[in-house]
Design a protein around this ligand. Structure first.
Ligand code: ADP
Ligand code: ZN
Ligand code: ZN
Length: 739
């Protein structure tokens, strides 16, 4: 151990590396130590390169000899970019998820800042009318309506408008502004922009009593920590509730963080927010450029923007004046990160709310069993919207027993008739099938050969449009073959149904009708999904066909018939989460039906019409299903009545992965308490994926504390294990997917 002279302390730095230790460096010379604060980014030498790390603390002692310590190169920030409370949150998350601190802190930053770039908000340009522009004759702009509308906007705001104010008003202002600049009707203005320009937004709806009491409950709770669960059937007006609460937060001069599970949902919510608030709204998700994300991050940090709309990764965005966190569709498993730092954005949001002393509002039509359990335990306050808002009625659900029925490939004849009837009334139909591609299996009719992925325990999926076979687990592709490689003579047959195949059948059954397919393959190009959604909303589409992409949040007012083509595929999983996910999916998809004045119907094709999950859901609704499922989990001591962590190991040979976990499980049995259970190791449900053999060990306890104490002791054992270098391992605390 070495002690240094006072005034030359040691920087203890967290580096973005997958190892559980911090790194000590000598502080750079000529810096004022009194100005150094935890959380500052620091550039340090590492191997042959440099890295951007985060200062955790300044210490006087190091276990490493002084002459072995390298000198940190420089501090990258004058002040820490994260607040003390947010750093505390990250420390907590690192401990709770047993994930290296450096990687956890890094996850809170946009990529450019992780790489050490200067944290400076690019100053915005602002424009105002020139003298010429103030007296323009609108007749002259008859042929350029876009320019005219921009001019009129500026006439309403003679003091000028900034880029973000223009974007808040209309995304497509740039070309027109450029043209008006070249005509010298607009000019750049350097005047500091007044921040309180009131752009008028649309006004609030008149709330029904349930909406009003939900709004009031959260309003009263502002300024303190509390968790609210807004359980509102689809179409019950949750978004209206969010918006009216947000208004109150804005009026208090505070900021709101709104998290959504899916990127595809951000545009429509952004749209509704923009119409209502007409103030700049920051957006953050992984499809944006890093510049855009950095801008959103810094503008929230500096308080220039008051609303941030984002996905999971936006959770850690610093807030200058935090007021409220909203998590919409809280049940959605996309809130759980499934690789690297495997955190639950919902659970961490609640801890963040507690640290910041602000309320957290969770919303869903189908709340997770965990959240309902927390309501039962009176940890969360339930706000209930049992009815659809406005004139819309709840859809009716019905099972269609397809056993021994005449089928048009995957569609039962009576369903075909229902579709015809609906289309005849000029209403839209939505068909749901959660499998993309043409068919999931290519099989030889002569010898039974099946096209398998060589790297996974999985069949290759036929993609007929692209004439390829693709593995949906590792992405490997090959040309669609015409001849059986085994017997050379047998006929190759497509077995099973995918959206591509249904699309083909539909186009044969409904010749004159417009069909749109929405899945990951058909919407890969940027903007295609938005284009399809617009086409649907304008009524240019008769039949919408899609995967789970459709299940979430979208609003299709003219859809009156929803059909779930294969409800059985979700009923027989070995993962105990599957029933919950299936029920949520059914209710969410159903929620797309009859959202406006016209009543909606939901038809589910099944060969299991007596299955208790389906019958409970249909006769008694989601809440009854959830209560039953919670009772089952309690009887089996499964989460939320116990706590789990899943240790996964992957290796190029099965033996290393298995041996590794066996050794770990032996240690776990010794180190655990009488309340911890060690289950496994066993082969993962998909035992081979992308060329790696996969095994897993489940650690479970009825006492959370005991589980975490065990993990604390176990990780050093794992890290020291000689196979740890050969085996890829990861720890998943509170796993939502046991695959
Ligand atoms: P959810 O988010 O719960 O699915 P939305 O907020 O999207 O529901 O509301 C569904 C529809 O009902 C929207 O078109 C919305 O404008 C409308 N709506 C919401 N609240 C009211 C209300 N109090 N009166 C009339 N219409 C409402
Ligand atoms: Zn064959
Ligand atoms: Zn594969």
């Amino acid at each position: 151990m070495s002690k240094l002279q006072d005034g030359f302390p040691i920087f203890r730095v967290a580096l973005p590396l997958p190892i559980f230790r911090l790194f000590d460096y000598l502080a750079p010379e000529n810096i004022d130590i009194s100005q150094v604060k935890p959380g500052m980014r620091v550039e340090v030498p590492f191997g042959k390169h440099t890295k951007c790390g985060f200062l955790v603390e300044c210490v006087q002692y190091s276990d490493i000899k002084t002459d072995k310590l390298k000198v940190a190169l420089r501090l990258l920030d004058d002040v820490p970019l994260l607040s003390g409370k947010d750093l505390k949150l990250l420390h907590w998350a690192s401990q709770y998820y047993h994930h290296p601190l450096g990687e956890v802190i890094t996850a809170a930053f946009p990529v450019s800042l992780r790489q050490g770039k200067v944290a400076q908000l690019r100053s915005e340009k602002a424009y105002k009318l020139t003298e010429l522009g103030q007296v323009i004759d609108s007749e002259k702009f008859k042929r350029s309506p876009k320019q005219l509308s921009v001019l009129e906007k500026f006439q309403q705001h003679p003091q000028g408008l900034s880029e973000s104010q223009l974007t808040a008003w209309n995304d497509n202002w740039r070309t027109s502004v450029k043209q008006l600049l070249s005509k010298e009707l607009l000019q750049l203005t350097s005047d500091a922009m007044p921040t309180d320009i009131k752009l008028v937004g649309e006004s609030n709806l008149i709330c029904n009593p349930q909406q009003q009491s939900a709004i009031d409950a959260v309003r009263v709770g502002l300024g303190h920590f509390a968790v609210f669960l807004l359980e509102g059937v689809t179409g019950s007006g949750k978004t209206e509730v969010y918006m009216q609460i947000i208004q109150e937060v804005l009026a208090r001069g505070q900021q709101v963080l709104v998290l959504l599970p899916e990127i595809t949902l951000t545009p429509q919510l952004e749209d509704r927010f923009k119409r209502r608030f007409a103030i700049p709204i920051a957006i953050s998700h992984s499809k944006l450029t890093d510049n855009q994300r950095q801008h959103a991050w810094l503008s929230m940090r500096q308080g220039q923007t008051s609303i941030l709309l984002g996905t999971r990764s936006a959770l850690f965005t610093p807030l200058k004046k935090p007021g409220l966190i909203i998590l919409d569709e809280e049940h959605d498993s996309s809130f759980k990160q499934q690789e690297g730092f495997r955190f639950s954005a919902r659970d961490v949001a609640i801890v963040r709310g507690k640290l910041l002393n602000i309320p957290v509002l969770l919303g869903s039509a189908t709340p997770s069993l965990e959240s309902l359990h927390n309501v039962n335990k009176q940890r969360y306050q339930l706000l209930h919207l049992p009815e659809r808002a406005g004139a819309a009625q709840a859809p009716s659900l019905q099972l269609l027993d397809i056993r021994n029925k005449r089928m048009h490939e995957g569609i039962c004849e009576s369903l075909v008739n229902e579709i015809h009837k609906t289309l005849a009334k000029n209403e839209q139909v939505l068909l749901f099938l959660n499998r993309r591609g043409f068919a999931p299996t290519l099989i030889c009719h002569g010898c039974g050969w099946v096209a398998r992925c060589q790297r996974c325990d999985a069949n290759l999926v036929i993609h007929y449009d692209e004439q390829i076979l693709r593995c949906h687990h590792c992405g490997q592709e090959q040309r669609l073959i015409r001849q059986c490689p085994a017997c050379k003579t047998g006929e190759l047959t497509a077995l099973g149904l995918g959206t591509e195949r249904i699309e083909k059948i539909l186009s044969e059954l409904f010749v004159e009708k417009t069909i749109v397919r929405l899945d990951r393959d058909s919407t890969q190009r940027k903007g295609t999904l938005e284009g399809f959604l617009e086409q649907i909303n304008q009524g240019d589409v008769d039949i919408i066909l899609g995967t789970q992409m459709l299940a979430k949040g979208h609003h299709f007012p003219n859809v009156t018939l929803v059909a779930i083509l294969d409800v059985d595929s979700g009923l027989f999983s070995i993962d105990f989460h599957a029933a919950e996910k299936m029920a949520q999916m059914i209710v969410q998809v159903s929620g797309r039906a009859g959202r406006a004045e016209k009543p909606g119907r939901v038809i589910m094709q099944t060969r299991q019409p007596e299955h208790p999950l389906l019958t409970t859901l249909i006769r008694e609704g989601y809440r009854s299903f959830a209560n039953n499922a919670l009772a089952e989990r309690q009887a089996a001591l499964l989460p939320p009545f116990s706590y789990q962590a899943l240790l996964r190991a992957h290796a190029i040979d099965a033996e290393s992965a298995m041996t590794f976990l066996q050794v770990v499980s032996e240690s776990a049995r010794i180190l655990g308490s009488s309340h911890t259970q060690i289950l496994g190791p066993v082969a993962a449900p998909m035992a081979k994926r992308a060329g790696l053999y996969r095994y897993q060990l489940l650690l479970q306890s009825t006492k959370r504390q005991d589980l975490h104490l065990l993990l604390d002791k176990l990780i050093p054992v794992i890290e020291k294990h000689k196979l740890a270098k050969k085996v890829r391992w990861s720890l998943d605390v509170d796993p939502v997917d046991l695959y």
